[in-house]
Ligand binder design. Structure first.
Ligand SMILES: NC(=O)c1ccc[n+]([C@@H]2O[C@H](COP(=O)([O-])OP(=O)(O)OC[C@H]3O[C@@H](n4cnc5c(N)ncnc54)[C@H](OP(=O)(O)O)[C@@H]3O)[C@@H](O)[C@H]2O)c1
Length: 338
């Protein structure tokens, strides 16, 4: 990346924003300037960028003058308001929120799959990052679809509370402390108490809908990312009482029968996928193993008894790190376009 570029990290005090700064520093990216932006509440707060400490400024429509790249990590309504202003100022924008994912004019990126698409011409300067589950699940499905073809895919996704940002972390922490101390647990952003519970609702139900907003976005995004390789797809999102790392438990109907070893080989051949599959040795994907790894870990691979064209598997990935790593990878590609 050009040493001359100025980068704005918008939402720098949040989970993804802090991780963005950490990935930029770890990748050795030394831009002319990095500006940490957040809401009015955080003005004067400090965040780390490698060895440096940055003072947080308020994100406004005027914040983007001179910026070459704006990496967003804010709620979607903030991205909807400010990303067009960054674009107008001439910056490339990478947004990991739900603000632009369904907009056909905005490229949808899962860095393990389609980073090269950012080199083709497109209108505007805003790029949306696929949601954590849709991006990771599409990465696995792409490997299976390329090797065998996929007809049908079903997934149960167990999402850690970090999917709800810093408030999700503090809610689970507060509830666990309260409940272990024999006190009433306060309830925040989740639809029910999450401490010592599992909730089969992530996102909202529109009136009369049988799928949540989280589950519906998987279909839109998988179709966008995989095109005619996308299988028919269904799934359930479950809120888990863990802090970081999401888990997928899935079954896929392939277009032809395949053995478990063939499936492992197909998965191993894809960038962004790691196979951890020696269950007798207690080696399989788990949230505690994915911290700071942008790869999707896949294991527990087996053929469904009596259904030789069905494969079952488990996957785990670091939702926060993947978002930050992906945004930086996309941002670097865009910055090289100038
Ligand atoms: N967490 C994940 O696993 C994950 C993964 C992929 C994508 N995402 C998406 O990434 C975005 C950020 O997620 P997160 O988990 O980092 O959330 P978070 O921890 O709640 O952080 C939100 C950030 O947005 C800032 N913000 C809020 N209102 C603002 C405003 N009016 N102007 C400027 N900044 C504002 C906050 O600043 P203050 O501290 O000043 O309030 C904070 O820095 C969300 O859209 C989320 O859906 C999250």
């Amino acid at each position: 990346m050009s040493e001359k570029i100025q980068i704005a990290v918008v939402g720098a005090t949040g989970l993804v924003g802090r991780e963005l700064l950490s990935v930029l520093a770890a990748e050795g990216i030394r831009p002319e300037q990095v500006t940490a932006l957040a809401s009015e509440r955080s003005v004067g707060a400090e965040v780390e960028f490698g060895e440096e400490t940055l003072e947080v400024e308020q994100a406004t429509a005027e914040s983007f003058r001179g910026m070459g790249l704006a990496l967003f990590a804010t709620p979607p309504e903030v991205a909807r308001a400010l990303a067009p202003r960054a674009q107008q100022a001439g910056a490339w924008v990478v947004d990991p929120s739900a603000a632009f994912r369904a907009d056909a004019a905005v490229p949808l990126v899962e860095p393990a799959l389609n980073l090269a698409a950012l080199e083709a011409p497109f209108s505007g300067r805003i790029v949306a990052l696929a949601s954590p589950v849709a991006g990771a699940w599409s990465t696995v499905l792409f490997a299976l679809a390329s090797a065998f073809g996929c007809r049908l895919a079903r997934v149960s996704a167990l999402l850690s509370v970090s999917q709800a940002g810093a408030r999700g972390i503090s809610e689970l922490e507060g509830q666990v402390r309260a409940l272990l101390g024999g006190k009433e647990a306060e309830q925040g952003p989740f639809p029910h108490r999450v401490g010592f519970n599992l909730i089969p609702q992530v996102g909202s139900f529109e009136l009369g809908a049988d799928r949540t907003s989280e589950e519906r976005t998987w279909n839109t995004e998988i179709d966008r990312l995989l095109g005619d390789r996308a299988p028919a797809h269904g799934g359930t999102a479950i809120q888990a009482p863990t802090f970081f790392g999401h888990v997928l438990s899935a079954a896929v109907q392939l277009s032809r029968p395949a053995g478990a070893e063939e499936v492992r080989t197909a998965l191993r051949s894809r960038p962004g996928v790691k196979v951890l599959d020696e269950p007798a040795e207690r080696i399989y994907p788990m949230p505690m193993l994915v911290t700071g790894d942008p790869a999707v870990h896949v294991g527990r691979i087996r053929v469904t008894p009596g259904a030789p064209d069905w494969v079952e598997l488990v996957a785990a990935f670091d939702n926060v790190h993947r978002a930050a790593f992906g945004a930086v990878a996309a941002g670097l590609r865009l910055a090289r376009r100038g």
